[in-house]
Design a protein around this ligand. Structure first.
Ligand SMILES: NC(=O)c1ccc[n+]([C@@H]2O[C@H](COP(=O)([O-])OP(=O)(O)OC[C@H]3O[C@@H](n4cnc5c(N)ncnc54)[C@H](O)[C@@H]3O)[C@@H](O)[C@H]2O)c1
Ligand SMILES: [Zn+2]
Ligand SMILES: [Zn+2]
Length: 374
């Protein structure tokens, strides 16, 4: 069938993207779903920094690639062998497809699925196939999803079924921002009630982490960013203290009000300077978690002795260390009870044709989560 997709043709284009137009809206041919695959009509797809990182070259990927991964839609058709989904099901996409039989999958850590990591870095579906093409030229799939399209074919293992009562633009948030941010707090760090938390970087992921910390009963919730507007919004969402990391004494002041640092600090900016702040404001015996995905050549260093003599913990968090089919329904239920008001992260909706302008806004730190309605 004919579909419309936002395809990245060049990496590292100059900003503003409104002018350089790195994403080109193309009419493509989408093959029918093969064995274990599902055709989904995309109803909403969020702009995430991980898409921006492919656009700006921080996360190099094969081109041309159809981008987008935080998405919700409706099942249109299933390929052979698919028994878990039927036409009309509401689904969200997950940015790591899982094989179910590699060691991490067997250990209950699907975020680390080895086959999923391979197909994601090669820009294919889980089975190695590509289903989108422009004439004879095949297009790569971003993390097995490529959701900035009106229709997609994905592996059945890239989906989770969701409640049809929740509007698409809201439920889509659970596929990346919420899964990553809330998951980092409740799964990776396992934040305890009454503890002190800091979140450094207040985009979709960081604000979700902040809401996760509120829902977990954290005592002090310190929000850190370089953008004053993000800080004010964090306060509305439940931050007890806000700090601009551009202020020279930011680290000292956070350590002062927390008597030596927080028990859990989250780096959710995807930048080494933010990681340095997160590490420095973690107290002795505390845990620093990073969800950020900076350029592979950017290195973070710290005095090794602090890790040892202060018995600190340093953890990476991918996909919020979630088991999506277990955690998404839990997070959605908390949202429905009003305890995880993640829909407040929505900054607006745009048509596919305005996607380059949308990424300008994300790059400038002007939005939290903007949804493309293809
Ligand atoms: N680990 C995962 O599974 C996963 C999933 C999704 C996104 N990510 C990554 O998480 C990061 C955040 O994603 P997002 O979509 O929320 O990004 P975003 O662009 O919406 O937000 C980033 C925020 O960080 C702030 N920031 C930048 N530099 C800072 C600094 N030095 N100190 C404090 N704040 C700073 C920005 O002002 C902005 O508010 C990205 O690196 C993204 O690729 C990881
Ligand atoms: Zn994302
Ligand atoms: Zn696996």
């Amino acid at each position: 069938m004919k579909v419309k997709s936002a395809v990245l043709q060049v990496m590292g284009a100059s900003r503003p993207y409104k002018e350089s137009k790195p994403l080109v809206i193309q009419e493509l041919e989408l093959d029918d779903p093969g064995r274990g695959e599902v055709l989904v009509e995309i109803k909403a797809a969020g702009l995430c920094h991980s898409d921006l990182s492919v656009i700006n070259g921080s996360r190099p990927r094969p081109l041309p690639m159809a981008l987008g991964h935080e998405a919700a839609g409706v099942v249109v058709k299933t390929g052979s062998g698919v028994t878990n989904y039927k036409t009309g099901d509401h689904v969200i996409c997950i940015f790591v497809p899982t094989c179910g039989h590699c060691l991490p999958c067997q250990e209950g850590r699907p975020a680390l699925c080895e086959e999923g990591a391979k197909s994601n870095s090669e820009g294919t579906l889980l089975n190695g196939e590509r289903r989108l093409h422009a004439g004879h030229e095949y297009i790569y799939h971003h993390v097995g999803v490529c959701a900035f399209s009106d229709y997609v074919v994905v592996s059945e293992h890239s989906l989770v079924k969701v409640d049809p009562d929740i509007p698409f633009e809201k439920v889509a948030l659970f596929g990346c921002a919420v899964l990553t941010g809330v998951g980092a707090v409740v799964n990776t760090a396992n934040v305890r009630m009454g503890s002190s938390v800091a979140v450094v970087g207040l985009g979709g992921v960081g604000l979700s982490a902040l809401l996760g910390a509120v829902a977990s009963g954290a005592r002090d919730i310190i929000a850190v960013d370089i953008n004053p507007e993000k800080l004010h919004f964090a306060k509305e969402l439940g931050a007890t203290h806000i700090f601009n990391s551009k202020d020279k004494d930011c680290i000292e002041r956070i350590k002062e009000i927390t008597s030596g640092g927080v028990e859990y600090a989250f780096e959710t900016a995807g930048a080494v300077p933010a990681m340095k702040v997160a590490y420095k404001i973690t107290r002795r015996g505390g845990t620093t978690v990073t969800t950020g995905l900076p350029h592979p050549e950017h290195e973070f260093s710290f005095p090794q002795v602090t890790l040892t003599a202060e018995e600190r913990v340093l953890k990476g968090s991918y996909l919020g260390s979630c088991v999506p089919s277990r955690d998404i329904p839990r997070f959605i239920e908390l949202y429905k009870q009003g305890r995880l008001p993640v829909d407040r992260l929505l900054s607006g909706m745009i048509p596919l044709e305005e996607i380059n302008e949308g990424f300008d806004k994300l790059a400038a730190g002007e939005i939290n989560r903007m949804m493309v309605i293809p």
